[in-house]
Design a protein around this ligand. Structure first.
Ligand SMILES: O=C(O)CCC(=O)C(=O)O
Ligand SMILES: [Fe+2]
Length: 281
């Protein structure tokens, strides 16, 4: 495992348990109710860059503490669909909360990709876990890119994808312009090539005919779905996840029937680091 993990274990007494070779780790030995020291914050940031998503158990944090934890990594962003009554930037994630939109989290997606500068990441807390099911899966965008067959890599390398939030929100009456991002982005901090297509926002490739675009997206979706690229998390009450939205995709599994499932999410700012142009392969 990476040097970052060894260093964090030694210097801060954290227990870091990777859940796959490249993505995900459970982190114990830290209390998210407390203000983080600079060393703790820097260590978690380094771990996050390395692991792409971090999981914490038994963190009985208030909404204010969740906001404060998120703020260690950037400015908190209030999503336009709104927050809980008491906190505008704590977004309820549940069937109930999404009733008036066409938003579904059981597509492979990235968060707020309709923005010119999408979010850096998010802190998600489990509030009410269904009796069965309701896991969340994160996919390593770099592993997806690396695993693409050469012809797919070449086909997608220079393409831009449309992110269409208007369609998802059409029942809310709000208006959003279309945004385009490269299908393969360079991560602004790690420099990794990241497969970054949001399948929940009616993706289509700029410069491809609709049929061609659809066929290519479908072939790529098969790559995204490969379990080898995934870290799957089984929630318990007071579980918390922190992910780097620039590093891959995620998917909330809708396998809990009518059991209620309630999560609360704090989005972390925009990814203000400039998107570097990718060097030709
Ligand atoms: O509900 C979940 O597990 C994840 C939902 C999601 O996609 C998000 O919070 O960004
Ligand atoms: Fe999401």
């Amino acid at each position: 495992m990476s040097a970052v993990l060894d260093q964090v274990r030694e210097t801060l007494g954290l227990t870091v348990t990777p859940v796959s070779p490249t993505i995900g780790a459970e982190v114990a030995g830290i209390d998210l109710r407390q203000t983080l020291s600079r060393e703790q914050r820097d260590a978690l940031k380094a771990l996050l860059l390395d692991r792409k998503v971090l999981f914490f158990r038994d963190q009985d944090i208030t909404r204010d503490q969740q906001l404060a934890f998120a703020a260690n990594f950037g400015e908190v962003y209030a999503h336009p669909t709104g927050g809980v009554e008491t906190h505008r930037a704590v977004q309820p994630i549940s069937a109930e909360a999404f009733k008036k939109y066409d938003i579904r989290e059981n597509h492979w997606h990235t968060d707020t990709s309709w923005r010119v500068n999408p979010s850096f990441g998010a802190v998600l807390k489990a509030v009410h876990i269904p009796e069965v099911g309701g896991d969340t899966i994160w996919a390593d965008g770099h592993a997806i890119w690396k695993g693409l067959p050469d012809d797919l890599k070449a086909a997608v390398d220079e393409l831009y994808v449309i992110h269409d939030y208007q369609d998802a929100l059409n029942r809310s009456g709000e208006r959003y312009p279309l945004t385009a991002h490269p299908a393969i982005r360079t991560h602004p901090e790690t420099g990794q090539e990241i497969f970054w297509i949001n399948y929940s926002l009616k993706p289509r490739f700029v410069d491809l005919a609709p049929d061609e675009s659809k066929a290519l997206l479908a072939r790529l979706y098969d790559e995204v779905k490969k379990p080898e690229h995934h870290a799957r998390f089984r929630w318990r009450p007071n579980s918390v996840a922190l992910w780097d939205n620039r590093a891959g995709l995620h998917y909330a599994v809708r396998d809990y029937g009518d059991f209620p499932r309630v999560m609360e999410r704090v989005l972390i700012g925009s990814d203000d680091a400039p998107y570097r142009e990718r060097k030709p392969a």
